[in-house]
Design a protein. Structure first.
Length: 364
């Protein structure tokens, strides 16, 4: 019964093997088609060395299991005898360590050299690559330290000092750390290789953003482009378009205001004011006013009767006069008239036509 259990255990170990085999994370083909024939041969040799390491570990485990009865015994004498009998298995582990080290060193050095040749412009990617390389260096150094320990063991050491499980643990952990280091370099290469795709995506987004801005052709659309793509390809064109549209808006506003008369409104009342009342209010606002006073009737306003003085030759002149009178408090505001229609200045500056603001004809 014991013999059958031992055979089943041995078969299981031989079947599963020592699974340090690199899974399909591309450690052998990440640069497929981009290596020279010499470099490709190096990768193939490294793969073969690592595979030999796996096979040697499996073989060592199989040989070790033959002497399981010695290690399962609670007697120290028998356990020591087991260690002496498994010298062959330990030698296989030492050979496996050399295989692993040789294979992973080739991959590590080759990939690290390749990473240094990439041009990475995206800051986040550059940082990610740097972090991966630093972490890989740490892992590889740790793994190399464990594998290197096996080189100094003599056959005498393997018989008397070195225990199988301890040696196997060093080989496993050392190879695993070196594999992790190579995998991190592979991840770094994948990020670096993706730069061109990311650059193209950025170019496409930039182009689409510019197309949307041109389609809308508004100041807001071009400003939105500048906000989303401050370093975009079309920044200069967007700024130029904004300048052109602003100039056009100003031209339209000036065109709409051309020929308009400007007045300063100083009073409003729901009922008509007498000439004496008008004069009194005007003197309180500007005792030295020499402009003509007019009255406008705006029927859709509770304060139907509007009282103004003017006209001023242009908007800026009216604006200067208004500021002087409103230094302490607002007593007047500007009103525009074009074709005998009252025009709100704020609306006029936005380019609206006088017809947008209906009014009764003012009483001159």
């Amino acid at each position: 019964m014991k013999k059958s259990v031992l055979l089943i255990s041995l078969a299981f170990i031989l079947f599963t093997g020592y699974n340090l085999k690199a899974q399909d994370r591309g450690i052998y083909n990440v640069l497929e088609g981009k290596l020279s024939s010499t470099e490709q041969k190096q990768v193939e040799n490294a793969k073969e060395d690592i595979g030999d390491g796996d096979r040697m570990v499996s073989a060592a485990d199989g040989e070790y299991q033959k002497f399981a009865k010695f290690f399962n015994s609670k007697k120290k004498g028998k356990q020591k005898k087991g260690e002496r009998k498994t010298v062959g298995a330990k030698k296989k582990l030492v050979t496996a360590a050399r295989n692993f080290s040789g294979g992973y060193v080739v991959l590590y050095n080759l990939y690290k050299e390749k990473i240094g040749k990439y041009s990475v412009d995206i800051a986040a990617d550059k940082q990610a690559i740097d972090d991966l390389v630093k972490s890989a260096e740490k892992d590889f150094k740790s793994g190399a330290s464990k594998l290197k320990k096996t080189e100094k063991f003599t056959e005498k050491d393997l018989k008397k000092k070195v225990k199988y499980q301890s040696l196997k643990n060093d080989v496993e952990k050392g190879a695993e750390k070196q594999k992790e280091a190579v995998e991190k370099l592979v991840d770094a290469i994948i990020i670096a290789e993706g730069q061109e795709d990311k650059k193209q995506m950025a170019i496409d987004r930039d182009k689409d953003g510019w197309s949307d801005a041109e389609r809308l052709n508004t100041i807001a659309a071009y400003q939105n482009y500048l906000s989303n793509f401050p370093n975009g390809t079309y920044v200069t064109q967007a700024k130029a378009k904004i300048s052109i549209l602003e100039a056009e808006a100003k031209r339209i506003a000036n065109e709409n205001m051309k020929g308009a008369d400007f007045y300063l409104q100083f009073a409003a009342s729901p009922t008509p004011l007498s000439s004496t009342q008008v004069s009194s209010k005007l003197r309180r606002v500007d005792p030295y006013c020499s402009y003509e006073t007019i009255t406008d009737i705006v029927s859709n306003d509770p304060y139907t009767y509007k009282y103004m003085f003017g006209p001023f030759s242009d908007y800026e002149t009216a604006r200067t006069y208004e500021r002087n009178l409103n230094k302490k408090e607002k007593v007047v505001f500007i009103v525009g008239y074009k074709d005998d229609q009252r025009l709100n200045i704020a609306e006029a500056l936005e380019g609206k036509k006088p017809s947008d603001t209906p009014s009764s004809k003012p009483i001159r």
